[in-house]
Design a protein around this ligand. Structure first.
Ligand SMILES: Cc1cc2nc3c(=O)[nH]c(=O)nc-3n(C[C@H](O)[C@H](O)[C@H](O)COP(=O)(O)OP(=O)(O)OC[C@H]3O[C@@H](n4cnc5c(N)ncnc54)[C@H](O)[C@@H]3O)c2cc1C
Length: 596
C-alpha cells in the first residue's frame, strides 16, 4: 500500500523550493543534488523495510510499564539502529560536534518519509538530537564531550522535561527545584509528566533536559533554569551510577502507542544531580530552541500522517463501487461506479491531498529559513529569522489541526469500513490526534502568532511576509492560467490587513481579551493564506515544467489540487474575517458563569 510519494517530495524540494540555491552556500559544499537524492532514497528504503511493515503492530503492542521501567515494541531497536547507521542522527550538527552540516530542510524531508511510514518511532531520535543540539548550543565543551557523542550513537537518548501536574500550557507555574551543591552540581527534586521517550529498554542512558527553579529564583518564567539530568550519572572511575530518576508509569494513550510517555520522579531519594546549562534563569529561552524545532517536527509528523491517510483513502475510493454517477441519473445503468467518481468523495480526497501536501510544502519552507539563518548575515539573517519565527506556529498548528480534519475525511471516504480496525484509517486518526496538543496546543500557537509574532517590531514580520507573497504573486501572473489565483491571493492579503486594522487598537488599548479572544480563528485565516501561497508556488512549478522527469499528469494533479484550495479553502477567510471583526463578546467570561 502506498504511504508516501518520494517523487513528489523531491519535486517540492528542488522545483518548488529551489533547494539548489541553498546548496550553493559554502556551508553545504559537501552536498549536491545527487547526494541528497541518494540519501532520500536510502531513507525510503529503511522506511519500507523497517518501519511501515511494523506500523500497525506498534499500535497492537503498545509501550507498557513493567518492573519500574517501560518496554516498547521490539522492532524499535532495529529502527533506531537502521536510522542511526544511515547517518541521520545529528547530521545537521557541525562537524566539530559529530555532524556533517546537513541542511535542516533535508533532515526535515527525511523525517517526512519516516513519519509517514511509522509515526511512533522517529520522535525518539528527534528528541535525542534536539537535546544534543541544546547542549552544543548552550552547554560547556565538557558537557558536550560528556554527552553528545553517546547521544549521536542513539545508545543514550534525550528527552525534554517541561510539563508538571500544575504546569502544562503555563510553564511559569512549574515547581521542580534545583538546590546548588558544593561540587558545582544541583540537587534536583520534582516530577515531570507526559515525558515522551522518557524511558525504555533500548537505551543505556537517558539525558533529560529538565527545566527547574534554582532556590530563590524569581517567580514565573523569569526564574526557570535548564539542567542536564541523566538517568545514570558518570562517576570518577568511569562507570555509571543511578541518578535517582524513577519511572513512575507510562501513560496509556488513544494513539501513538509505540511512542512511550513517561511519568518521571526526580530526587525521590534526595540523590538526583543536575548540571546547569548556560546561565541561571535563562532556561526557558534556551529551551525554546528545542521547542521551536520540535514544533516543526510535530507539524512534520502530522503532515506525514495525513498524507499517508490520503493515499490509503484514495486507493480505497478507486476500488469501492457504490451507486451511479450523478451524470447518469435517469439512465438505466446496471453497473455501479467507483466512489472516486462521486463529486463529494472527490471533494474529500482533494481536501486531504491539499492539506497534506500543502503542509509538507510549508514545513519545507520553514526548514529552509532555518538553514538560511545559518548562512546569511546582517539584515538578511534577521529577516530570515523573523520569517521562521512567524511561520513556526503556523507550521506546527496548520498540519496538525487541519490534518486531523483531513484524516477524519479519510475515515469518511471509507464509510463504515473506515471506522473498523480492518483498515489503517482509524489508527491514523488516533495517532494524529495528539499532534494539535503536545508542543503547545493550537490555541497556544495561535496566541503566539497573533499576540507576539505578527505584531512584533511594529508589524515588520507581517510586512516581510506580505512582500514575499507579493513576489510569488508577481511570478504567478506570468502564466495566464495562474492569474485568477494570483489575484485572489493578493486580495486575501488585503483581508488579513483589514482584520489586523480592527484588532490592533485593542492591543494598543491593552484590551487583551478583546484582542486575543479569537486568536485561533485568526490563525486559521493566516493559515489559509499561507497554504494558498504554497499551492501557488506549486502551481508556478507546474507551469514551468523545468524537470522533464515529472509528466503532464503529475502537474495536472497538482494544478487541480491548487484550484481546489483556492475554490474551497481560501474563501473561508471571508467568513472568518466577519466573525473576528464583529463587535461581540460571546466568549468573554462575565461575572456569572452561564455555562451549564
Ligand atoms: C502524548 C503526550 C506527549 C507529551 N510529551 C511531552 C514531553 O516530551 N515533554 C513535555 O514537557 N511535555 C510533554 N507533553 C505535555 C504537553 O506538552 C501538554 O499536555 C500540553 O502542552 C498541554 O498542557 P496540559 O495538558 O497541561 O493542558 P492545559 O494547559 O491544561 O490546557 C487545557 C486546555 O486549555 C487551553 N488553554 C490553556 N491555557 C490557555 C490560555 N492561556 N488561553 C487559552 N486557552 C488555554 C489549552 O489550549 C487546552 O485546550 C506531552 C503530552 C502528551 C499527551
Amino acid at each position: 500500500m502506498k504511504y508516501f510519494d518520494l517523487d513528489l517530495l523531491k519535486f517540492l524540494l528542488f522545483e518548488v523550493h529551489g533547494l539548489d540555491n541553498l546548496l550553493k552556500y559554502p556551508k553545504y559544499s559537501e552536498f549536491d543534488k545527487d547526494s541528497i537524492l541518494m540519501f532520500l532514497d536510502a531513507a525510503k528504503d529503511i522506511a519500507d523495510k523497517e518501519m511501515y511493515p511494523y506500523y500497525q503492530d506498534c499500535d497492537k503492542q503498545p509501550a507498557r510499564y513493567e518492573d519500574g521501567g517501560i518496554k516498547i515494541h521490539p522492532q524499535m531497536d532495529n529502527i533506531f539502529r537502521a536510522i542511526t547507521d544511515s547517518g541521520f542522527v545529528g547530521a545537521h550538527l557541525a562537524p566539530e560536534f559529530g555532524g556533517m552540516n546537513m541542511p535542516h530542510v533535508i533532515v526535515g524531508a527525511t523525517g517526512l518519509i519516516y513519519c509517514a511510514a511509522n509515526n511512533h518511532a522517529l520522535a525518539y531520535l528527534a528528541l535525542t538530537v534536539g537535546a544534543a543540539n541544546l547542549i552544543t548550543s548552550f552547554g560547556t565543551m565538557a558537557q558536550v564531550e560528556e554527552y553528545v557523542p553517546h547521544m549521536l550513537t542513539s545508545k543514550w537518548m534525550g528527552t525534554m522535561c517541561l510539563t508538571e501536574p500544575e504546569a502544562g500550557s503555563s510553564l511559569g507555574n512549574m515547581r521542580t527545584t534545583a538546590t546548588p551543591v558544593s561540587d558545582g552540581s544541583y540537587n534536583i527534586k520534582g516530577q515531570k509528566i507526559f515525558i515522551s521517550g522518557g524511558d525504555h529498554q533500548f537505551a543505556d542512558n537517558f539525558v533529560h533536559m529538565v527545566l527547574a527553579r534554582i532556590d530563590g529564583a524569581p517567580q514565573g518564567v523569569k526564574g526557570i533554569s535548564l539542567f542536564i539530568v541523566p538517568k545514570y550519572r558518570n562517576t570518577e572511575d568511569g562507570s555509571l551510577e543511578f541518578n535517582d530518576v524513577l519511572t513512575a508509569g507510562d501513560y496509556q494513550k488513544m494513539g501513538q502507542k509505540g511512542y512511550c510517555t513517561a511519568h518521571l520522579m526526580f530526587g525521590e531519594n534526595d540523590n538526583c544531580k543536575g548540571w546547569l546549562v548556560g546561565e541561571e534563569n535563562k532556561g526557558l529561552k534556551y529551551m525554546f530552541q528545542m521547542m521551536n524545532q520540535a514544533r516543526l517536527e510535530v507539524g512534520l509528523t502530522a503532515a506525514a500522517v495525513s498524507t499517508a491517510a490520503y493515499y490509503h483513502s484514495l486507493e480505497y475510493a478507486r476500488e469501492r463501487v457504490q451507486g451511479q454517477r450523478l451524470s447518469q441519473k435517469g439512465e438505466k445503468v446496471t453497473e455501479q461506479t467507483q466512489i472516486v467518481n462521486h463529486a463529494d468523495v472527490r471533494r474529500m480526497l482533494l481536501m486531504q491531498r491539499a492539506v497534506g501536501i500543502g503542509s509538507m510544502a510549508l514545513i519545507i519552507e520553514a526548514f529552509k529559513y532555518y538553514d538560511l539563518i545559518g548562512v546569511t548575515e546582517g539584515e538578511e539573517k534577521e529577516n530570515n529569522f523573523l520569517m521562521l519565527d512567524l511561520l513556526t506556529p503556523i507550521a506546527k498548528a496548520y498540519p496538525t489541526e487541519f490534518g486531523i480534519t483531513s484524516t477524519s475525511y479519510g475515515i469518511q471516504t471509507l464509510g463504515g469500513y473506515g471506522y473498523t480496525v480492518d483498515f489503517l484509517q482509524e489508527q491514523f486518526m488516533r495517532d494524529i490526534r495528539i499532534t494539535s496538543i503536545y508542543e503547545g496546543t493550537t490555541t497556544i500557537q495561535a496566541l503566539d502568532l497573533l499576540g507576539r509574532k505578527v505584531a512584533a517590531q511594529n508589524g515588520k514580520p507581517l510586512m516581510l511576509l506580505m512582500g514575499i507573497l507579493n513576489e510569488s504573486i508577481a511570478e504567478a501572473k506570468r502564466f495566464d492560467e495562474l492569474i485568477p489565483f494570483a489575484e485572489q491571493l493578493g486580495k486575501s492579503i488585503g483581508t488579513i490587513q483589514k482584520t489586523m486594522e480592527y484588532l490592533l487598537p485593542f492591543a494598543f488599548q491593552m484590551q487583551y481579551e478583546k484582542f486575543l479572544k479569537d486568536a485561533t480563528l485568526f490563525f486559521e485565516m493566516m493559515s489559509h493564506v499561507i497554504i494558498s501561497w504554497q499551492w501557488l508556488k506549486i502551481g508556478i512549478s507546474a507551469m514551468k515544467k523545468e524537470d522533464a522527469k515529472y509528466n503532464d499528469a503529475f502537474h495536472k494533479t497538482n494544478l487541480l489540487t491548487m484550484e481546489y484550495y483556492f475554490n474551497y479553502e481560501l474563501p473561508k477567510i471571508l467568513s472568518l474575517k466577519e466573525i473576528i471583526t464583529k463587535d461581540q463578546n460571546t466568549t468573554i467570561p462575565g461575572d456569572i458563569d452561564y455555562l451549564n
